[in-house]
Design a protein around this ligand. Structure first.
Ligand SMILES: *Cc1c(COP(=O)(O)O)cnc(C)c1O
Length: 808
């Protein structure tokens, strides 16, 4: 029964909505399109959120709480409408109102574009942190880039990835507010010279090219509270065209050229994951959002602190998310010295005490380096400052730490005529951290060992986390309701409370519902698969899922070769007992990453072979879902039985999809890598399936040699058969996979796929035997949900607050 207040709320909502439809479309509800229906709902929701937003901002101006600004070149925020509705506690009202108006709520939600302003885990992490901070009521803002085109849309045509540009702003975007009055000018190119002004040496910057940075602010709303923080995304625009025309003495063509060159800076997101680009435009992007963001933060700080910057670092933390915003160091020095007139030493103290740095990868190809010439040309003043930071740093190593020249050059920010951005970030920050225990250990012992020996106190570890609101509560509502009915609502804000679920481990009625929910989620995903790929899958089969960026180190290839092997076994022995499996893959490959695209093609070739072979009797199905993004993830994670986390040990810094799957009751099948190790510790060895080389073993082979993929090949006939199939025409018109064959056999299998193959096979067999014991499987799944508390991004954010920003 609905209470009178609730009934009134629904009626009020309905009339507001009917009116809003007319405003956005100029039509009556009955004639409105789905898009208009979405726009109307979005506007109503945004109005409510904006009221709380204004209030939060005003409150922050009066309380002296330390603010944190996350600088990141990516924020992979996902769709927002449902998040806002649920966090406002409007879910029931909106659902009922839509229903009573004869509208389909899900169809309306599906009109929203999913802004692809990030590549994968790194950008998604920032979105999770922002959501958690708002839910915890902490003053915590994001600073990034307003890309006009996000990550490309992936289509699969003839088994291959085809990239289509992503125009997420096509229909407008209702959740951002453009703030032209908070624009700033960012300067590129030009010349620097010294001048004596009143006896002091000052730098004069001339002939530069000014670009206007215009902020777009998005509200980040806390769950069931009234905190609304901001994500500020900067868009590059030409200076006022009139000014420019007069500046260029009426040269219209030049003015137009300037316009498109300015806009180019924020046109596209670079579609690389774990790879450093090295392009001038990328460096421009990095400086652009760092410069604009810092200028605004510093000027706002002055406004509220009587123009005094002395205690800036006590009140503000600037966080460098991976090396892309590492120019925060020299840019802050520039602002404090050139614009604010501070001395080098005073500026340095404030800069270093404000900055903190998180490293996200140890893959060498992802560690950014910029040619000195490029930096000097594009941002000459910044280059001068980097040189001076490096000179002083070298000097202190020589005098205070007593290092020799060889040791100093190994730690230098400038090496081989390149700026090493990780070194720059470390030298300019007071804290450096990795994103899981193993990763942080590798940073200390290997990647940044030289720095660790000098400043052990600067190094920390904070394991990543994910927001349970998006990745459990809003995307798996049936499980949410079961949990809440069983243990109350406290877990939503304190995920450790899920441990109380262990009380139900012997409760049959609970177990039945828990398993039914998983089945229902699998049915939902099956419908999606049918609709997208025209493949019918069996929801009773094991859903074995690997969804993430396609990369050699993540080893989708190992998974695919295992499927091919199973197929061979079934063909050789069609009557064997076989537990049906559905292998689901999704993920984008960087457009320039040939090998990753070949892996996608191979998965699709295997799918075609296996799915259409009558001898298999539908016992194996292989599905590659196109265009993996946050929204697709929200359908996939709740439907998984097995979470494939099979990176070569030591290569995956943390992983976060492992956590999303776990929260939704999937069993991890993984290597001892990244946060998998901590999942292992949390659930216990009985409730996870692990295999493969350890990170130490991998490092040993890499350093000492001793691994020969040919030897493994020669001693294993299953592997021989699979390898031949890659090149013998097995895949018909989809062709051969010579490059994959060569990488494994000719180039000795850099990622230890053949080395780990047998061990992986064994792990997969263990899964089969466990799955047959329904009680055991339920128990394992329950452990995974119950012990996922520590993988909440609430915990991660609080860890940063305690260990790194020292705000609590
Ligand atoms: C969580 C997430 C990722 C990260 O997945 P990993 O398996 O940790 O690499 C990538 N993309 C999207 C869309 C995600 O939601």
């Amino acid at each position: 029964m609905k209470s009178p207040t609730q009934l009134k709320e629904i009626e009020d909502f309905k009339s507001a909505y009917i009116k809003k439809i007319e405003e956005v479309s100029g039509e009556y509800l009955a004639l409105s399109s789905h898009l208009n229906q979405y726009q109307a709902l979005a506007e109503i929701v945004m109005e409510k959120v904006a009221t709380q937003w204004a209030k939060t901002s005003a409150q922050y101006d009066t309380i002296p709480h330390k603010r944190v600004y996350l600088f990141s070149i990516e924020f992979l925020i996902g769709r927002l409408l449902k998040s806002y509705v649920n966090s406002l506690n409007w879910e029931e009202t909106v659902k009922i109102a839509m229903h009573e108006l004869g509208l389909d709520y899900q169809t309306i939600l599906d009109q929203e574009t999913d802004p692809g302003l990030g590549n994968g885990g790194l950008g998604r992490l920032m979105a999770c942190f922002l959501e958690s901070a708002a839910t915890l009521g902490l003053p915590f803002h994001g600073n990034g880039i307003h890309y006009k085109h996000g990550l490309f849309e992936q289509k699969i045509i003839n088994g291959e990835q085809v990239e289509v540009s992503d125009n997420w702003l096509r229909n407008g975007y209702p959740f951002e507010i453009r703030k032209p009055n908070e624009s700033v000018i960012v300067k590129f190119y030009g010349d620097i010279h010294y001048e004596k002004v009143n006896g002091a040496l000052t730098f004069v910057y001339e002939n530069y090219e000014p670009i206007l940075a215009v902020p777009y602010d998005l509200p980040v709303k806390g769950y069931h509270n009234s905190t609304v923080n901001s994500l500020r995304l900067w868009s590059a625009e030409p200076l006022d065209e009139f000014d420019l025309l007069s500046f260029n003495k009426g040269q219209f063509i030049d003015a137009v050229r300037h316009k498109s060159e300015a806009e180019a800076i924020t046109q596209i997101l670079y579609p690389n994951d774990n790879e450093a680009g090295g392009k001038l435009l990328r460096l421009k992007q990095e400086y652009f959002f760092v410069c604009a963001g810092l200028k605004r933060i510093i000027s706002r700080f002055k406004r509220f602190n009587q123009n005094c910057l002395d205690d800036f670092s006590e009140k503000i933390a600037i966080h460098i998310n991976d090396t892309h915003p590492a120019l925060c160091g020299p840019e802050m020095m520039r602002i404090l010295m050139d614009d604010e007139g501070l001395s080098w030493n005073d500026a340095w103290k404030i800069t270093q005490n404000s900055l903190t740095f998180t490293n996200h990868t140890v893959l060498p190809e992802a560690l950014e380096k910029w040619p000195v010439e490029m930096m000097k040309f594009l941002i000459p003043r910044i280059y001068m400052i980097i040189e001076e930071i490096n000179r002083q740093f070298g000097e202190s190593l020589r005098l205070k730490a007593g290092l020799n020249e060889l040791q100093i050059s190994a730690l230098s920010i400038i090496q081989d005529n390149q700026i090493n951005m990780a070194n720059l970030a470390i030298v300019c920050s007071h804290s450096v951290n990795g994103v899981a225990e193993l990763h942080s250990k590798i940073l200390k012992e290997e990647t940044f060992n030289g720095y660790y020996k000098l400043f052990p106190e600067r190094f920390h570890s904070v394991t990543n986390g994910v927001t349970p609101r998006r990745f459990l509560i809003n995307c798996n509502t049936n499980l949410r309701d079961l949990i809440t009915e069983s243990i109350g609502t406290e877990w939503i804000k304190n995920l450790y409370d899920l441990e109380n679920l262990m009380r139900f481990k012997n409760d049959l009625a609970f177990a039945k519902r828990f398993c039914q929910i998983k089945l229902d989620n699998k049915i939902r995903l099956s419908h999606y698969i049918k609709q997208q790929n025209q493949i019918v899958v069996n929801p009773e089969s094991i859903f074995d899922i690997q969804v993430k960026r396609i990369h050699e180190y993540k080893r989708q290839l190992l998974n695919a070769l295992h499927v091919l092997h199973l197929y061979n076994c079934l063909k050789a022995n069609p009557n064997q007992e076989f537990i049906p499996r559905t292998f689901i893959f999704a993920g984008k490959a960087a457009p320039g990453y040939y090998f990753a695209k070949e892996i996608i093609k191979l998965i699709n070739a295997i799918a075609e072979l296996v799915n259409n072979d009558p001898a298999i009797h539908d016992r194996i199905k292989v599905v590659f879902l196109a265009n993996f993004n946050v929204s697709l993830g929200e359908i996939i994670y709740p439907a998984a039985n097995i979470s494939e986390q099979i990176s070569t040990a030591g290569k995956e810094a943390s992983g976060t999809s492992n956590m999303k799957f776990m929260m939704n009751g999937a069993i991890t099948l993984g290597t001892m890598d990244g946060a998998n190790i901590e999942i292992y510790e949390a659930v216990g060895k009985e409730n996870i399936v692990t295999f493969g080389l350890s990170s130490d073993e991998v490092t040993h082979y890499e350093k000492q040699g001793g691994y020969s993929s040919i030897e493994v090949y020669e001693s294993n006939e299953h592997i021989q058969k699979i390898m031949h199939q890659l090149i013998d025409g097995t895949f018909g018109h989809l062709g051969n996979f010579q490059s994959i064959y060569d990488s494994l056999l000719l180039y000795n299998d850099t990622y230890f796929i053949l080395k780990d193959f047998d061990s992986y096979l064994g792990a997969q067999k263990r899964i089969n035997s466990i799955f047959q014991d329904k009680t055991k499987w339920f128990n394992m799944a329950l452990h995974n949900v119950a012990y996922s508390g520590r993988f909440s991004s609430d915990r991660a954010v609080l860890d940063y607050q305690k260990k790194i920003w020292k705000t609590i």
